[in-house]
Design a protein around this ligand. Structure first.
Ligand code: ADP
Ligand code: MG
Length: 514
């Protein structure tokens, strides 16, 4: 509005509050006193939720729990001396739990006029949530709180970025998969690191697709529900004692897990340890495989490296991504096929992804692929069109394969086939079901005919077709398809028809040992 703000003054307290707000701090717990009261008031004014507690220790516990629950640090505001000392319990607890936390203490006056220490906030937020989460302390001199500074002299640093996500080495993931595959009595231990990293979906998939029993630590409970059939919580001691391979997902081999030592464990048990903190790896026992990285990312890597048959979505997309030329057009539709494919297949160019779109329309894929192939031919020769279809999605416009063949468009169609919409049945179950049903019209509506040979739709019109059951067949046929630009082709990729498998009977865990 043209008004000159150069004379406007702002208090140190307000600057601190604004700096916190800018870092997306949402909650502040504390016990006020000189000189931090003004900080609490200023924070409230900016919409930071301030909760006045009765002791700094409880305030600090609360702030760290907020950090664990939200992934952004809660702030604990304390006065100097005794206030800070009371907060130490909470800081130690946060550090031990690996939970993010920022403690702000107001100390005594300093004979210093300059402002400009507010760089500390982005740094504190970053170090509380990057790498292994933990506690940070910022000491605010009393005169900083009360001092008046020129508004225009203050610059707030923008909110720090979310913590980077790191994956484990591919070779380590393969080693882990092979140790796990050879296990007779494998066990996953799910800790609070898994909870903090929001790995619930990927760990659940790993549990179900590999039929692995799991044991949550106290705060790892609920990542996969306790009432899940693969949970062996009720037979904890027995599970620990009998396992020959144990995968640790963000759980330390500390007292809670009996240090990983006999007699609670077999002397030659193999540990696969996954943690975001390198210093944690190898504590107390020498693991067979160590995976340094974010649990959510690493458990997806593990799913992808799974060699059991039939394949799962992650295995399929992992191998597709490996060979996919970077400049490809990716057309995709389906339910899981499109959703999981979106997270695993990468686009490097704009306007090179076409999918079910805003309206969520199924049946668009083949038309889109034809359009992309024509545009590629005219404008960017050499770029491939990969059309990734669920088996149900493919059905909506499957006859356009004839069009593709008529114009000889070198489209690669991948039909990710789980015999149904969302999920289907394997051939045996299907046969049994038909046998017991009075009429075929009573079978589950999401089923499609098992083992349909969609690749023959392509061969019928002169293109190339592949029936794919294993990762090796997938690698091989995709390589051929990419090399041969003379013909369209279709890979009919068979995957596990049930996203959730029947519960395995963990015969080695007898219920009498509960
Ligand atoms: P619990 O008490 O459930 O066994 P711990 O606190 O002992 O859990 O272990 C949690 C582990 O999780 C810590 O070693 C920590 O470094 C790790 N961790 C925290 N966040 C992540 C993450 N995003 N990815 C991988 N490991 C993590
Ligand atoms: Mg399907």
């Amino acid at each position: 509005e043209g008004s000159d703000r150069s004379e406007e003054q702002v208090s140190g307290a307000k600057v601190i509050a604004q700096a916190l707000k800018t870092q997306d701090v949402e909650y502040m717990f504390g016990v006020v006193g000189i000189p931090v009261t003004e900080i609490a008031l200023a924070a409230q004014e900016l919409g930071i939720k301030y909760i006045g507690m009765r002791n700094e220790q409880a305030a600090c516990y609360a702030a760290s729990a907020v950090g664990y629950l939200t992934g952004r640090p809660g702030v604990c505001l304390v006065v100097s001396g005794p206030g800070l000392i009371h907060a130490l319990g909470g800081m130690a607890n946060a550090n031990m739990n690996c939970w993010p936390l920022i403690v702000i203490g107001g100390s005594s006056e300093r004979n210093q006029e300059a402002m400009g220490a507010f760089q500390e906030f982005p740094q504190a937020v970053r170090s509380s949530i990057y790498g292994r989460p933990g506690a940070c302390y910022i000491d605010i001199p009393a005169d900083f709180v009360t001092l008046q500074a020129n508004v225009t002299s203050i610059k707030y640093k923008e909110c720090c970025m979310p913590p980077p996500v790191s994956m484990a080495e591919t070779s380590a993931v393969c080693a882990a998969a092979s140790v796990l595959r050879d296990a007779k009595q494998p066990l996953l231990i799910i800790g609070k690191g898994a909870a903090y990293s929001h790995a619930e979906d990927s760990i659940r998939k790993l549990v179900e697709q590999c039929s692995l029993p799991f044991l949550p630590t106290p705060m790892g409970k609920g990542v996969v529900p306790d009432n899940h059939p693969n949970c062996v919580g009720a037979a904890r001691s027995r599970a620990l004692q009998s396992a020959d391979v144990i995968v640790l997902f963000g759980a330390r081999l500390n007292w809670i897990l009996h240090f990983g030592l006999p007699p609670r464990y077999q002397a030659d048990v193999k540990f696969i340890q996954i943690d975001i903190c390198a210093e944690e790896l190898g504590n107390n026992v020498r693991p067979s495989v160590i995976l340094l990285g974010d649990i959510n990312a690493v458990s997806k890597q593990e799913l992808a490296s799974q060699k059991s048959l039939p394949m799962n979505y992650y295995t399929v997309f992992y191998h597709v991504q490996e060979q996919l030329p970077q400049d490809s057009f990716i057309v995709s539709e389906g339910a899981n096929t499109m959703d999981i494919g979106r997270t695993m297949l990468q686009n490097c160019l704009p306007r090179h992804r076409l999918d079910a779109g805003s309206f969520g329309t199924m049946g668009v894929g083949l038309g889109f692929a034809i359009a992309a192939a024509l545009v590629a031919k005219d404008r960017s020769p050499g770029q491939r069109v990969i059309c990734v279809e669920g088996d149900s999605a493919f059905g909506f416009s499957g006859m356009e394969v004839e069009t593709i063949c008529r114009y000889n468009l070198p489209i690669i169609l991948l039909v990710v086939n789980n015999n149904g919409i969302y999920q289907g049945f394997d051939a045996d179950t299907w046969e049994k079901m038909l046998h017991f049903q009075e009429a075929a019209t009573t079978v589950p509506p999401m089923c499609l005919l098992p083992n349909s040979h969609y690749e023959q739709v392509m061969t019928t019109f002169g293109g190339k077709g592949y029936f794919v059951r294993t990762p090796e067949e997938l690698q091989h046929s995709l390589r051929q398809a990419l090399q041969d630009t003379s013909k369209p082709c279709l890979l009919n990729i068979m995957i596990e028809p049930q996203s959730t498998r029947k519960a395995q009977d963990f015969h080695w865990l007898t219920r009498s040992n509960m």
